[in-house]
Design a protein around this ligand. Sequence first.
Ligand code: NDP
Length: 255
Amino acid sequence: MSYLDSLFSLKGKVALVTGGGRGIGQVVALGLANAGAETVIVSRTGADETVAQIQKAGGKAYSLIADITNEKAVDAALKEIVSRSGALHIVFNNAGICIHKDTLDASIAEWREVLDINLTGEYVVARAAGRLMIEKGIKGSIINMASMSGSIVNIPQWQASYNASKAGVIHMTRSLAVEWSEYGIRVNSLSPGYIATPMSVDTPKELKDAWMPLIPAHRMGKPEELIGAVIYLAADSSGYTNGSDLIVDGAYVCI
Ligand code: NDP
């Protein structure tokens, strides 16, 4: 293997992808497996199709059911990963939801649901993984899914809970990066712009038409265009990258 290949190789690593049953998580799970990682997908409803695609391509994968807001379920999933795979080196903490609603109409229950999954859920997974890595002396990499919405306010749709949750993820990431640096665990976040997935593809056409002039790239990103960023953050290539927020948004936040 060339030096460059070894920098980006995930051979011998075990990677956890939350929300890998569809959308970005599914495509990135395929990418991580392709880079050599044994890939474990966690979601609430299962990820048989993702596992089948990885296995068909010659990779190793299995899926587990857990709601990331449920501490006990997450702990049980991590215990199972250690028992089946022996370790956990990479976490793509990707699962999340979005509710588009004006603040004046949104309920506190909706605010709580978004914060609970997007921020507290990622915290639950990161904390359990960090504990495990520290206990086993693993110098792992945790990649938290944020969004450009953690840095800007999207228009014309209103989504204060989502924006707040993703801003929280970015600063939680910095906090954990500093806290766990002494253990050799790196924690970074990924902030995509609009990516064509089930979350955004079902968005009304009028809304997408309103987005296009605001995106310097004049198109939505493809989930495939996030694979390289996640592999970079997961692999030795990013050994000195810690507490960073990697924005992949077709230059949206620049204007
Ligand atoms: P999708 O809706 O396509 O997929 C979300 C995934 O998360 C599903 O697999 C879902 O599976 C899982 N999930 C949701 N809630 C939970 C939970 N409580 N516990 C476990 N799994 C859960 O979304 P995307 O692929 O579009 O988005 C993935 C991430 O990327 C999200 O965090 C999102 O905020 C972020 N993002 C997306 C952008 C976009 O434009 N699409 C832009 C920027 C960021 P199940 O329902 O089976 O649990």
